[in-house]
Design a protein around this ligand. Structure first.
Ligand code: PEP
Ligand code: MG
Length: 872
């Protein structure tokens, strides 16, 4: 027979699936001998069963509850419904497996009615008894019937005014009259307060069950990825009263400071108060240290219990307590929520104290919190009051405020005036790069998590919110509108790259500097890691950042990013639009010089670490201007007719550029570009080699679908390299030519590709795009609906789709390693830096993941966690 209810003595911390976090910890604390008021937990299973079959309550559960209450009466020597003058009152609290603070419901003081309130008044005092009763009526109305709590407060205030007295000074008749007024509020809502304590309890339990599915709980679960089918347990516990008198009180306390991690009690309490009063903010609580003065013994007892609990759980605890007439009770404990900074400090301190091992410390810190240690965040208090403007995708973490600008040029101009700017665009393009570099944050109204803005911003460590569809941006009018609100150039906004939220005005930020602690933890991470972490970077600045963050090399240097600057893009345009061989050569020579210098510096920066340079990937027209003014300006620079130029540009447009003339397809039709790039790589490599640096260039070809494509490109590259060695009198040194795997066909023919390739790197951005057929730049427009309709639970461009894309990767790896068992295989798409995908990548046995520099620290931790989880 299913057991639906467990007394606290019967449960344990291990049973948190069944008893919820609160119930399991109450049970555990009872076993530890802590002063926990007795009670019982109705299981999460009961909740799920009840939500599916509401008649289960009357048919089975009711009887069990009745028995459990009778046991509680025996244990306490008090009565819940009979004539015994020692009254048992109970609290009813929700408690799911994962704590969802404030999301579900609580009712205190159950068991009072008109008659029992009088009894309680006799047993204790009038003010206390009716205070409890009023709270019950108010909470019960709210939780069970959804009647607004505020109505009761209004009623109380009106009645106090009428009587010209404060409620504490009411006599019995006045107290009773006020109760009648409270009950009238019930009848106005066509409801009734059940006088029978058992009926109260039954209704309360069912209301708590139902609160599992209330809107705020559902939203919270979605936000924190908590499954909807877990259900909540319900804890019924004998009341102890912090509102008994001035020697009583209630409080909440963390065993360490949850903001900084300092090992000191951090909490507050209120005397003569009950449960919710501390959080409700009606009265200002006292800091916990003040208890030392007021009740030194209670304070000491609390310290001792806090220590016991922390040592037992080996983690920082968030404890709720009540003092009833000088006696301390512990009502709840749980692992406390904390900032990233505190999380790190606590984990390290606990290792130093010998409480946990290094491995446990590595598992304690959430990789997703690491970004808060290396990017600024908005001050929490400012954020609470900030005027919200719109919400987009949290494309790159950080927090920044500044003046709105709508073009990259304006960004540069205003930046030069020493002001902070936020670049707001429909989408960004390579030409915007200089404006992006000087911006504090980037906002786009279109594009997804792998759009140009998102990828570039992440690479630079700049805060970015992408695909914010609520914003209508007019570059022409220099305005953005959101609903009826219009903002203009120069107006201030604040961008939160963690949440994707945008606010009006300027908000203060804080940067949590904690690098030493982070380095220490990450050094431990590297000791246990199986996968390597590399970075996607192509500028000396980004490479340096990546190396400082501990990247073991470069998994992807996107060479197209190296053509973004004004000077370079002009030469790129000259090349694409060349009318003669001479012009082509001229452009290639200049680009070669730029690239050679770039590669020289890049190889110098990474030193002996591997660096994979990917040859040009995007379609040509991405480098070309779109609007007529720019075309005219370009025509003048290139000394061409504007009309002809416009025609030429038009002719380069493609219907589906992502599926068009890009990647290796360009390498096949225009070998001169790849040859130029390879020449630049080898000229710089030869120079460095001759200067004594160990060097092994790795060249990667994008968008390969067929072995023959790779063979064709490889053939001319190898020839060119051999010729270069000869030309520079250099004894050949080792180099590698590998391929991106970013098309389903490449996965399915990976055994053939492996014959040609020295290494593989999964381009999961394109592979996801091509597998789902979702445009990586447009998914933002419909993913919301997909999530609402439960078709997708996550964005596959942010987190690996194990079932589809992941399966293709698994097939590719297995086929490739049949041909070359030691083939190096990496991942350089955005999901490579996603901590929640990394365990899967370890499982399919890739060699390394590669991600933007600012994601390297989180990835190092995630890689270590994946390794530890397989070990355990
Ligand atoms: C990819 O497709 O995953 C990739 C890394 O290449 P890009 O994003 O430059 O297309
Ligand atoms: Mg790609």
């Amino acid at each position: 027979m299913t057991k639906w209810i467990y007394s606290f003595e019967e449960g344990s911390a291990k049973a948190n699936d069944l008893l919820g976090g609160k119930g399991a910890n109450l049970a555990e604390m009872s076993h530890l001998g802590l002063p926990v008021p007795p009670g019982f937990t109705i299981t999460t299973k009961s909740c799920i069963h009840y939500l599916d079959h509401p008649d289960f309550f009357d048919s089975s559960l009711k009887e069990e509850v009745l028995k459990a209450v009778a046991q509680l009466e025996d244990k306490t020597g008090k009565s819940f419904s009979g004539e015994n003058p020692h009254l048992l009152l109970v609290s009813v609290r929700s408690g799911a497996k994962f704590s969802m603070p404030g999301m579900m419901d609580t009712i205190l003081n159950l068991g009072l009615n008109d008659q029992r309130a009088q009894l309680l008044a006799k047993e204790t005092n009038l003010d206390f008894a009716y205070n409890c009763y009023r709270r019950l009526l108010q909470m019960f109305a709210d939780v069970v019937y959804g009647i607004d709590k505020g109505l009761f407060d209004d009623q109380l205030a009106a009645f106090e005014q009428k009587q010209n007295k404060k409620v504490h000074d009411f006599d019995l008749a006045q107290q009773q009259k006020l109760i009648q007024h409270y009950k009238t509020l019930y009848s106005k809502h066509k409801q009734e307060f059940p006088e029978n304590p058992h009926e109260q309890l039954y209704a309360a339990i069912q209301a708590v069950f139902k609160s599992w599915n209330n809107k705020r709980a559902r939203i919270y679960r979605e936000l924190h990825q908590i499954p909807h089918d877990l259900g909540t347990a319900v804890n019924v516990q004998a009341m102890v009263f912090g509102n008994s008198d001035q020697t009583s009180g209630t409080g909440v306390c963390f065993t360490r400071n949850p903001a900084t991690g300092e090992a000191e009690l951090f909490g507050e309490f209120l005397l003569h108060a009950q449960g919710e009063d501390v959080v409700a903010g009606v009265r200002t609580p006292e800091p916990i240290a003040a208890l030392k003065e007021i009740q030194p013994e209670t304070y000491q007892a609390f310290r001792d219990y806090a220590k016991i609990l922390e040592n037992h759980y080996k983690d920082m605890q968030d404890i709720e307590f009540t003092i009833e007439k000088g006696k301390l009770y512990i009502l709840q404990t749980r692992n406390g929520k904390r900032t990233a900074k505190a999380s790190l400090k606590i984990a390290l301190d606990m290792v130093d104290q010998g409480l946990i091992s290094k491995e446990e410390a590595l598992l304690r810190v959430a990789p997703s919190s690491i970004s808060q240690l290396i990017h600024p965040v908005f001050e929490e208090t400012a954020l609470e009051k900030a005027p919200f403007l719109a919400q987009g995708l949290p494309a790159s973490p950080g927090a920044a405020s500044g003046q709105i600008v709508f073009t990259a040029d304006r960004a540069k101009e205003i930046h030069q005036e020493g002001k902070k700017v936020i670049l707001v665009r429909q989408e960004t393009s390579p030409e915007d790069i200089e404006g992006m570099i000087v911006s504090q944050a980037i906002v786009t109204s279109q594009g997804g998590m792998t759009s140009h803005a998102a990828v570039v911003a992440r690479g630079m460590g700049t805060c970015c919110v992408a695909g914010c569809g609520e914003l209508t941006i007019s570059e022409e009018n220099k305005s953005l509108s959101c609903g009826s609100l219009v903002l203009r150039e120069g107006d201030l906004i604040s961008v939160d790259g963690y949440s994707g939220r945008i606010y009006r005005g300027e908000l203060p930020t804080v940067l949590v500097e904690n690098n030493q602690d982070l380095q220490r933890l990450l050094a431990w991470a590297d000791e246990v890691a199986i996968l390597q972490v590399r970075a996607n970077a192509e500028t000396v600045k980004d490479l340096t950042t990546a190396m400082n963050f501990g990247a073991k090399g470069v998994g992807l240097a996107r060479t197209e990013h190296m053509f973004f600057g004004q000077e370079r893009i002009l030469e790129m345009r000259r090349l694409i639009l060349a009318d003669s061989e001479e012009e082509t050569k001229e452009a290639l020579t200049r680009l070669l010089d730029f690239q050679e210098e770039d590669f020289y510096q890049m190889f110098q920066t990474v030193q002996d670490k591997p660096m994979i340079v990917r040859l040009l990937d995007p379609p040509m027209h991405e480098f070309l201007p779109k609007d007529s003014q720019e075309i005219v300006a370009l025509a003048s620079k290139l000394k061409k007719s504007p009309d002809k130029l416009a025609e030429r540009i038009e002719s380069l447009q493609e219907s589906n550029p992502m599926l068009g003339h890009r990647g290796c397809r360009l390498g096949i039709s225009k070998p001169e570009i790849y040859k130029m790039q390879t020449e630049a790589i080898f000229r710089s490599a030869i120079k460095l080699h001759q200067e004594g640096q160990q060097i092994k260039p790795e060249i990667m070809v994008p968008l390969i679908a067929d072995q023959k494509e790779l063979a064709c490109i490889k053939e001319y590259l190898v020839q060119h390299i051999e010729q270069l060695f000869k030309q520079y009198g250099q004894e050949p040194f080792p180099y590698e030519i590998g391929t991106m795997i970013e098309l389903p066909r490449a996965c399915l023919t990976a055994d053939k590709l492996a014959q040609e390739a020295d290494f593989f790197s999964f381009g999961t951005n394109d592979l996801t795009q091509m597998t789902y057929g979702f445009s990586r730049d447009d998914i933002g427009k419909f993913i919301g609906q997909y999530k609402d309709k439960d078709i997708l639970s996550f964005d596959p461009f942010q987190k690996i789709d194990r079932e589809g894309v992941g399966e293709l990767m698994r097939i590719a790896i297995s086929k490739a390693r049949q041909v070359k068992p030691n083939l190096t295989i990496g991942i350089c798409g955005e999901v490579g830096g996603d901590p929640s995908s990394i365990a899967f990548f370890q499982d399919i046995q890739v060699t390394y993941v590669s991600c933007s520099p600012y994601r390297v620290p989180a990835a190092r931790l995630a890689v270590a966690q994946a390794a530890l989880q397989t070990k355990n």
